[in-house]
Design a protein around this ligand. Structure first.
Ligand SMILES: O=c1nc2n(C[C@H](O)[C@H](O)[C@H](O)CO)c3cc(O)ccc3cc-2c(=O)[nH]1
Ligand SMILES: C[C@H]1O[C@@H](n2cnc3c(N)ncnc32)[C@H](O)[C@@H]1O
Ligand code: SF4
Length: 331
């Protein structure tokens, strides 16, 4: 099951806010409304500048879902001059584009209209399905209702947005649940053709969360799930594993196509205890496979023109840049 090419994206992770209406049992990212819960514009711009300088091509905006519904948040955001976090991410997406970075946003559940608006300034977007099962970890997370997640992924399909989704392993679901989740993703892709990659992400326990002592999926179980994903999903959908969370070196042979976004500058704010491998270590992870840099919009969607006109020149330029010979590690 060894695949010849393994891809990754050089990115910058910008957690715009840690405030969230959900309370997932595994999450250490979410905080209350308090000092520091919103990344200020000057810090965001510094991160974009520095990441562009390090050769990154993607700005990943990942943050809490519907923070505006949490009391006190709107007032804090208002002090930065914004009425809605989506106005803020829109402006920062423009700032990213100006600096030659392609925005990819995962803000949790968004409406059709919100997706349509962000589509103008995002090369791809994402939302983890997590699981189709009804799990205890999601009891206090209305946004993790599988029906709600499926509806949003469907809306992204209607809007022809190149899309990243995935499943989270070890949150109370069974192997059968994983198979069902993967089939649902496959069926969405059959209808809309927009799923570019599916992340198979293993739960990592966090201190002081309800799941702090929950068992973690072992390497052989993760491998079996990657193999299952590769069997269920069509060949044009990449299977991604995060190289910082699992034993990626031993898992790539299970059917992995992609190592996701890796940052030379920022940490993985969702899993802060797991540092990224250095980009020059990724070839070791990829083993015999050819390691190839990609953009956050996959080549087939560039060919199909599934992007907004204002992203066209940048996508063209970055596609040439990553294809240029001599652009190896640290370039
Ligand atoms: O650094 C991370 N990147 C995450 N990414 C980013 C991802 O690695 C890249 O941004 C995409 O592969 C696009 O290049 C996600 C993107 C999504 O759309 C949905 C979920 C995730 C999850 C993570 C994550 O937990 N940590
Ligand atoms: C951005 C994505 O990160 C994942 N996520 C959230 N918390 C954890 C954790 N403790 N371990 C692994 N992945 C996590 C969820 O799948 C979310 O959708
Ligand atoms: S995982 Fe996402 S939705 Fe769940 S509590 Fe954390 S920030 Fe909110």
């Amino acid at each position: 099951m060894h695949r010849r090419v393994i891809t990754f994206s050089r990115n910058a992770f910008l957690p715009l806010t840690t405030v969230c209406i959900n309370r997932c049992g595994y999450c250490c990212f979410r905080t209350s409304v308090r000092e520091g819960c919103i990344m200020p514009p000057d810090e965001a711009i510094r991160t974009l500048d520095a990441s562009a300088g390090l050769g990154c091509t993607e700005a990943l905006f990942t943050f809490g879902e519907r923070p505006g519904a949490v009391p006190g948040f709107a007032e804090m955001l208002g002090r930065l001059g914004y009425a809605d976090i989506l106005d803020y991410v829109y402006d920062l997406s423009l700032a990213a584009i100006e600096r030659d970075l392609l925005p990819h946003t995962n803000a949790g559940i968004l409406t059709y209209e919100e997706l349509d608006r962000l589509r103008e300034v995002n090369a791809s977007m994402g939302l983890m399905l997590e699981t189709t099962a009804d799990v205890a970890a999601h009891t206090d997370s209305p946004g993790k209702d599988p029906a709600v997640r499926i509806e949003m992924i469907e809306n992204a399909g209607r809007l022809s947005i190149p899309f990243t989704t995935g499943i989270l392993l070890g949150i109370g679901e069974t192997m059968e649940d994983r198979e069902e989740s993967l089939r649902v993703i496959r069926d969405l892709h059959r209808r809309y053709g927009h799923i570019q990659e599916v992340i198979v992400q293993n739960f990592c326990p966090k201190p002081a969360t309800p799941m702090a002592d929950a068992p973690v999926p072992g390497t052989s179980e993760i491998c079996a799930t990657i193999t299952l994903a590769r069997e269920v999903l069509p060949a044009d959908v990449a299977v991604q594993i995060p190289p910082n969370l699992a034993d990626a070196e031993h898992l790539v042979g299970c059917g992995v196509d992609d190592l996701g976004g890796v940052s030379p500058l920022t940490i993985d704010y969702v899993n802060p205890e797991h540092p990224w491998p250095q980009i020059d270590e990724l070839q070791r992870v990829a083993g015999d496979a050819e390691l190839r840099e990609r953009l956050c919009i996959y080549p087939q969607y560039i060919e199909k023109g599934w992007y907004s006109p204002q992203l066209e020149p940048l996508i063209r330029r970055l596609a040439e840049k990553i294809a240029a010979p001599g652009r190896g590690e640290g370039a």
